[in-house]
Design a protein around this ligand. Structure first.
Ligand code: UDP
Length: 479
């Protein structure tokens, strides 16, 4: 039988790259912290456990954080857990609950506990072969949270990292926390993205706050010149045009080896390719109802109908729904967006492009997202809830004007009217269309928002700050 637990290989990335961005002192301090941790761990391993290696913010951050931690000499590793679709249906239900939503509305009852705990027990049997007493285990999000009691009993030091949360509590939020309490109450160290996300029961000194950041040197965010952007997007069929004259769709992988964007069988596109000159509105997200791809499509439709000129296209891009195991809603959400797309009048459909990006090769996927974000005239993130929108930070770093919902962490990321535009009511599609029009029509405004966005990311959401915060928290755990 296939093992449930899989190790995700991590590349070693050098901290040296941050010297030009952040200075030698910052890099030296990070190294010294890693060295101290290394000695304290005395041969122990820091494990990260989540449920997928691709598609979503957690996977995105783990790839780079792991690489830099390994580059600083720490033995940090990454495991994914597995389970049957029923397990992931329950964890998705939990995920929605912690955002304050009822998801599929199913009961989080004893039967759900049974499936959840039983799946994690089977994973724990495999984990106990790997994790030794004294090792540090970071469990990410609700999927592996239930491993905590078993790992603690095995002598591991357990830390729970919660990447989601709701600004306001409601019945669903309470329900979600009640479900998890059975597994998490014994965990003495937790990390959240915002203070408001810490549930009352854990406001007892055990919670730390860490704001997620992005990796400026990953395939997702590395500088790409215009020619490369164009070549990649023509090559995958998002932009129209002749095939690129030279293989500039090649890119450098984080381990320094060459990579190539292939027009892989894995990419699925619906709609018409855009012309290079046509302004583009882009939203890149998982096919999750909380990302509201459907609302973006409807808002865009209002834009085209009410604010006619100039011509503008929309790309909604996300992972290939068949490839992401822990997102059971993906196919249905994509299907709903596709149906809404078909219902649009031809004049609108001609300007909309749905793309499922290949996921088999994480860096190929990343470089396509990178090119798409760089080419975007406006990046939208019209989420209904968001723990912290990495896509927002990614687009800001690329100096794009971002129009995003004033929900969750996005409110910490964008200062409204300065480093982007915040939508007070994300369900108000007329305002969304109006804001799209306002930014499309005013190039100076777009540039100003983009420049301020980039500066803000450089200041707050970049580089090794994130790593240093994790290091300090783990150091306390080891005392
Ligand atoms: N992402 C990606 N390919 C996709 C869709 C999303 O690489 O097809 C990435 C995206 O660039 C970002 C992450 O997945 O890095 C999504 O993180 P975010 O915090 O925005 O949302 P989450 O998916 O964690 O809710």
């Amino acid at each position: 039988m296939m093992p449930l637990v899989q190790e995700v290989p991590a590349q070693v990335r050098s901290l040296e790259r941050f010297v030009p961005l952040l200075g030698q002192t910052a890099v030296d301090e990070a190294r010294a912290l890693a060295q101290g941790l290394h000695e304290r761990l005395a041969g122990g391993v820091i494990w990260n456990v989540n449920s997928t290696a691709v598609g979503g913010g957690v996977a995105e951050m783990l790839h780079s954080l792991l690489g830099y931690a390994r580059g600083a000499g720490l033995d940090v590793r990454w495991l994914t857990i597995g389970g049957a679709p029923e397990f992931f249906r329950i964890t998705k239900r939990l995920h929605h609950a912690l955002h304050g939503e009822h998801g599929d509305g199913s009961a989080l009852d004893e039967a759900a506990h049974h499936v959840y705990a039983k799946t994690l027990s089977r994973n724990a049997v495999e984990l106990r072969e790997l994790v030794r007493p004294g090792d540090v285990v970071l469990l990410h999000d609700p999927q592996p949270a239930g491993l905590a009691p078993m790992l603690l009993a095995a002598g591991a030091r357990v830390l729970w990292r919660c990447h989601i949360g709701a600004d306001e509590t409601n019945e669903e939020v309470e329900l979600g926390w009640r479900f998890l309490a059975r597994y998490l109450d014994g965990v003495g160290c937790m990390i959240f993205s915002r203070q408001r996300y810490v549930p009352a029961r854990y406001r007892d000194g055990r919670a730390s706050i860490v704001q997620p950041s992005i990796d400026a040197f990953s395939a997702k965010n590395i500088e790409l010149d215009e020619h490369t952007v164009r070549s990649i997007l023509v090559h995958v069929g998002i932009l129209e045009g002749p095939p690129p004259p030279s293989p500039r769709y090649a890119f450098v992988r984080s381990d320094g080896t060459p990579g190539r964007v292939e027009r892989s069988a894995d990419i699925l596109r619906l709609g018409r390719a855009s012309a290079w000159e046509t302004p583009l509105v882009v939203q890149v997200s998982r096919w999750d109802p909380l990302k509201d791809m459907l609302g973006v499509l409807r808002g865009f439709s209002i834009l085209v109908q009410n604010h006619a000129a100039p011509t503008v296209d929309l790309v909604l891009a996300g992972p290939n729904v068949r490839a992401v195991a822990d997102d059971p809603e993906g196919p249905a959400v994509f299907e709903a967006v596709y149906r809404a797309f078909l219902e649009q009048p031809p004049a609108i459909r001609a300007h909309v492009h749905l793309a499922m990006l290949p996921t088999a090769d994480v860096e190929e996927n990343a470089v396509i997202v990178n090119a798409l974000q760089r080419h975007a005239t406006i990046v939208a993130q019209k989420s209904l809830h968001e723990g912290f929108g990495l896509t927002v930070t990614e687009a800001m770093w690329k100096a794009r004007p971002v129009i995003a919902s004033a929900v969750g962490g996005i409110q910490d990321q964008i200062e409204d009217g300065v480093s982007g535009v915040l939508l007070r009511d994300p369900t108000d599609l007329d305002t969304f269309a109006g804001e799209l029009h306002r930014v499309l029509a005013d190039r100076a405004l777009a540039e100003r928002l983009g420049a301020a966005a980039r500066a803000r990311v450089r200041e707050r959401f970049l580089g090794i700050r994130h790593l240093v915060q994790y290091g300090a928290i783990i150091e306390r755990l080891l005392v």
